[in-house]
Structure formats: C-alpha cells, structure tokens
Design a protein around this ligand. Structure first.
Ligand code: ARG
Length: 603
C-alpha cells in the first residue's frame, strides 16, 4: 500500500499547509516543513492510517490539538481526490485522526497485486543522472580457515543471506562477501605443527579433512601457549607466509582448500551464495593504511605499537581506548584488515567496489571492534558522502539450559550434525503424522519433505527472533506445527495448494472482486501490508519483521479458511475468496523465498 500511502501523504500535507498557511510558510522557509506524521494505523479499529501530527503541532501553532485536527479534517473533506480515497476521517482521543480507505481502493489494490509478481514492492530508482544504483556490500558468514564453522557463523549466514535476498529483490546490486579468516596467526602455528606431525598435509591435497585440521589446530594452539620455541617458530612462519614464501604459500593454499570444501557443503545444503574474499585479499593494502593514518595525523605510537585513539570510547581506566593497527613486531591485525576492506569496498572501481552501503553481520561481541573501525574510517574520510556503514549484531545461540550450545559430551556442536538432526527429527515427525492420518507416501516424498522442513525450521527459528537477543536452540519448538514456526507457515501454503488441487483453479477472476465478510476484509488488509514490511526490513535490517508478518498473515488466513466456505461457496463468493487464497499463497511464497526458506506443495 506504499503507493496509496504516498498519495495520501500528499493530500494530508497539502491539507495541513492550507489549514495553517502562515505557520506553514514560515516552517518551509526555515527548512522544516510541518509534518502531519501519517503512519499505518496501530490497531485495526483505527482504520488503515492515522495522522499523529496534531499533538506535537499544538505548541508551535499555539492551538489545542483537537482544534488543529478539526482544521486538517475540514481541509481534507474539501478535497474531492482525498474523498475518493478515504471515508470521512475520524478524530479520536486528544487529537489523532483516523483514516479508513474506501473499500473500492482496497479492492483495486488487491486486483493490481494479483497481476503483479512484485506484489507492490517497487524497484529502487536509478540515480538522477541515470546511473544504476550503487552496490551494497553484505559481509556475512565469514568463518575461519582451519577452524570448524560454528553456530555463530550459522546465524550470520542465515541472517546475512536473507538480508541479501531482500535487498536484491528491491533491485540493489548486492555483493555477498565471505570475509573468511584466512590470514591470521593460526597458519603459523598450524604449519609449524604439521611440519612435525603430518608434513604430507602441507604438500599434498586431501590427506586430511577439516575434522583433522581442527584437531591439529587445537594441538598447535596448545603448544603455542605452552612452548616458547614453538611460539618463535610459529611467528617466523607467519612472517614467511605474509611476505610471499612459496613453500609457506603452497601449504596455506592447501589448508584453505580443505576448509573451503567443507564450508561449501554447508552452503550447498542451505542454498547460500557467497563470494569468497578472505582477509588475505587485503594483504597488499595493509601497509598503506598505516601510511595514510600517519599522514592524516591519526597515528600514535603506544608501547611500541601503532594505534589510533578512539574518540568518546574509553577503556576501563577512563582514558580514550586505543585501537592497535600495527603490532610491536610489525604485524597487522584484524582491525587493520577491516580498515583496508572498508576502504576498498567504498572506493570506486577499478580500485574498489564502489559500494554505497556496507553491512556487517556478526555476533554482538564484535560491536566494539566495528565501532572503532567505523570511527577511524570516518575520521580518515574513507566513507564517501551519503555512504552508510552498519554493523548488524546478533546474540548468542544457547542450549536449552541457557548456556552456550554444546553436545551432550560437552563439545561444540558441528553444523553438519545440527542440520542432520533437524532433518532426522522432521522425518520422524512426518512418519508419525502419516501413520496417524493413514496416509501412504513414497520414500522420495518423505526424504524431500523432511529435508525441506528440517532446513526451513532451522533457518526460520533463527530469523524469527529479534536477532539482537540471545536465542535458545530447541528442535521440538522449531519443528512444531503450531506457533511461529516454519512448519506452521509451510502448512498454510500447503492448505492453499490443496484448495487449488481440489478444483479451485486460480487465475480466473481478478476483476470486479467484492468482499462482504469481516474475515475477508481482515485478510485483504493484511495482504496489503507486504510491501511496507519489505521496505522496513530494507531500512532496519531486522528479518524478524518479515517473519512476524508472514506469521500474522498465516493466522489471518487460517481464520478465514476455518470460518468461511471457499470451494462450497456460491459461484461469485467462491471466485472472490479464491482470489484471496491465491494472493495469500503468492505473498507467503515470495516472503519465504526472501527469507531463503524453501516451500512445499504437500507435506
Ligand atoms: N572471521 C570472523 C569471525 O569468525 C568474522 C569476520 C566478520 N567480518 C569482518 N569484516 N570482520 O568471527
């Protein structure tokens, strides 16, 4: 309904300006035009939209809010175009104005959407000079080589992918970057250790798998922490690698290749697309970060290390917090790499990506790191005018005990096992249900449905939480057919597919629709919120908004389905209701696709 909102907004602003011409002229001249605050109604009984501006205007206009509201309404009533859109406005409480769209407007909107694959979601516009929109970089997933991908990376992967899908659908060119940790000190330790215990792994492909690598890494880390000589050799090994030593590079490549193959298996199962551009990519740009910071006068030597002191961010001692960008031994760190990456992403091609917005999806624990990096980048003027940088933080994944998710034996949970278990449980649920319902299905059907439900449940459980809060991982809850779960949404779609199969072929009747029942109107209004939700997620980067909307829509649909005859209704009503079923299915399907969640016809 964004187009309706925009038209309405024009009328409402004009009415406000006509009602208070002097104040409006003054406000316009000052560059702060009067704002009627037109928003979607907060409750259905308030209609479709409400004007909240009368209250805050009371002071500047020196009038009672209700009086202001009355003047606005008078002006609105004088405007025939407005009256064609809305019923007579209502003034409520201290001075809110409630607006209810005329039924015919809602019907026309539904009819338009039935023919529109974009369901009212507009594409972003090219710039005024006709250039295509600049890319948005989404930095997500980003596991570390030679370490196991953990549930935190799973969250980043799922949330990042859905944000990417939504922005892509809006028409932004999205660069999906996998900023894998492929350049840190872990390689020094690993190579030194492997040289002694499994040298063949450094020269031959496929001799170890990721599981072995992770074990080797753990052993290497232990030695590094305990053994001074080992530490020295490891440090030397990193320097060798970073300065391009061929043997070290070959070993590094093999190790990366090994991890990459494992990561890819997870991405394939989750249907995730990513462009790998790891930390190593920025190696060539690190030195210039230091040189530039020095030239800009931002660099300070503190205890032998090169740092930038952060403004407004203090450490425990109350003094400004330094961010180290070059260690005492000359090595660069995570922050240096992020500064180089940020600068590269904003720089115009061919020197960079030419992005206009950078989005980083990581756990909330990295908030300080990003706050520091963003501040330094701004002070160094590496952020172009209008450029946006956002950290999209998320909470921890916890077990049911509220503690860090662990296996029964106390180990970290491997993603592969977690997905397998979700699918296994979905399969058990399905077999039980089939038995209860006396249904016979092929093994292929069972395998496919369990796969879809298992993956959908894991993804949806994550996405439907407000990402900022910690989230408790619980198979039973995420696989339940009731509640705000993937199976509940999938089931609504299956119901509609069932109606279509039983002779309610869709696509028959998209003109001259009519609705009479409250259940129909509820569904109509819910359906028309879709485009607004998408633009909210685009702005606020909270996929749970879309989840909540799809859940509300499914609930509204289920009430309609339970309370209204559809296929058995008389011809005219049947057509109207089938049209609503079709649009509900289209909306749910598109919404789920934008979340990265597969759907089913039968389950
Ligand atoms: N590799 C990091 C980790 O596992 C995440 C990287 C996030 N992206 C970034 N540009 N720092 O925690």
């Amino acid at each position: 309904m964004i187009s309706l909102h925009q038209t309405l907004s024009k009328h409402v602003t004009a009415a406000l300006n006509r009602a208070f011409p002097e104040a409006a002229a003054k406000a316009n001249a000052a560059g702060f035009p009067l704002d009627p605050q037109l928003v979607y109604a907060s409750k259905p009984e308030f209609g479709d939209f409400q004007i909240n501006g009368a209250l805050p205007l009371a002071k500047p206009l020196r009038k009672a809010p209700r009086q202001i509201a009355t003047s606005i309404v008078e002006e609105l009533n004088n405007n025939q175009d407005f009256r064609n859109l809305c019923e007579a406005p209502d003034i409520a409480g201290p001075g809110f104005i409630n607006l209810t769209l005329r039924s015919q407007c809602l019907i026309t909107e539904i009819e338009t959407r039935l023919k529109d694959v974009r369901l009212g979601v507009e594409l972003v516009q090219a710039s005024k000079s006709g250039e295509p929109p600049a890319p948005v970089v989404i930095d997500f997933s980003s596991p570390n080589i030679a370490k196991e991908m953990h549930v935190g990376h799973l969250r980043s992967t799922i949330i990042g992918d859905s944000l990417a899908r939504i922005l892509e659908f809006r028409g932004h060119p999205v660069i999906r970057l996998n900023h894998v940790g492929d350049w840190g000190t872990q390689f020094g330790m690993l190579i030194t250790h492997l040289k002694q215990v499994a040298p063949e792994a450094l020269t031959t492909a496929n001799v170890v798998d990721l599981g072995d690598l992770v074990t080797f890494y753990r052993q290497a880390k232990k030695r590094f922490d305990e053994d001074k000589d080992f530490q020295m050799s490891s440090r030397k090994e990193v320097v060798k690698l970073q300065s391009g030593d061929l043997t070290a590079l070959k070993a590094w490549k093999l190790l990366c290749e090994q991890s990459r193959r494992e990561f890819q298996k997870i991405y394939d199962r989750l249907d995730i697309n990513l462009t790998e551009r790891g930390e190593s990519f920025y190696n060539a740009y690190l030195q210039s970060i230091i040189t530039d910071l020095e030239r800009l006068g931002l660099l300070v030597v503190d205890e032998g290390a090169n740092c930038v002191f952060l403004e407004g961010i203090t450490g425990k001692d109350g003094n400004p917090q330094p961010m180290i960008v070059q260690k005492k031994d000359g090595g660069f760190n995570y922050a240096t790499t992020d500064l180089a990456a940020l600068r590269y992403r904003f720089k115009k091609p061919p020197e960079g990506d030419g992005a206009c917005r950078l989005i980083y999806v990581t756990d909330a624990g990295q908030a300080n790191h990003f706050a520091g990096v963003f501040q330094i980048a701004k002070r160094a003027q590496w952020v172009p005018e209008g450029g946006r940088i956002e950290h999209v933080p998320f909470g921890l994944v916890q077990g049911e005990d509220g503690k860090k998710l662990k296996t029964r034996a106390g180990d970290t949970v491997r993603l592969r096992d977690l997905l397998d278990e979700a699918i296994m449980k979905a399969s058990a649920d399905l077999r039980r249900r089939l038995k209860e319902e006396g249904r016979e299905e092929t093994e292929d059907f069972i395998t496919n449905v369990s796969n879809v439900i298992g993956i959908a449940a894991v993804k949806y459980a994550d996405l439907s939480q407000n990402r900022v809060t910690n989230y408790q991982f619980n198979f039973e809850r995420m696989l339940a057919l009731q509640g705000n779960t993937a199976p509940y949404l999938l089931y609504a779609l299956v119901r509609i597919a069932g109606i279509a199969r039983k002779g309610g072929s869709f696509n028959i009747h998209t003109n001259g629709l009519q609705f009479n029942e409250p259940q129909e109107w509820c569904l109509v209004r819910e359906l028309l919120k879709f485009d607004n939700v998408i633009s909210e997620v685009e702005e606020e980067l909270l996929p749970n908004r879309l989840c909540n909307y799809l859940f509300e829509l499914s609930q509204t649909f289920n009430r309609f389905y339970d309370q209204m005859p559809i296929l058995k209704a008389p011809e005219q009503k049947r057509c109207n209701r089938l049209a609503l079923c079709e649009l509900t299915a289209n909306t749910l399907k598109l919404g789920m696709t934008l979340l990265g969640i597969p759907t089913l016809e039968r389950m």
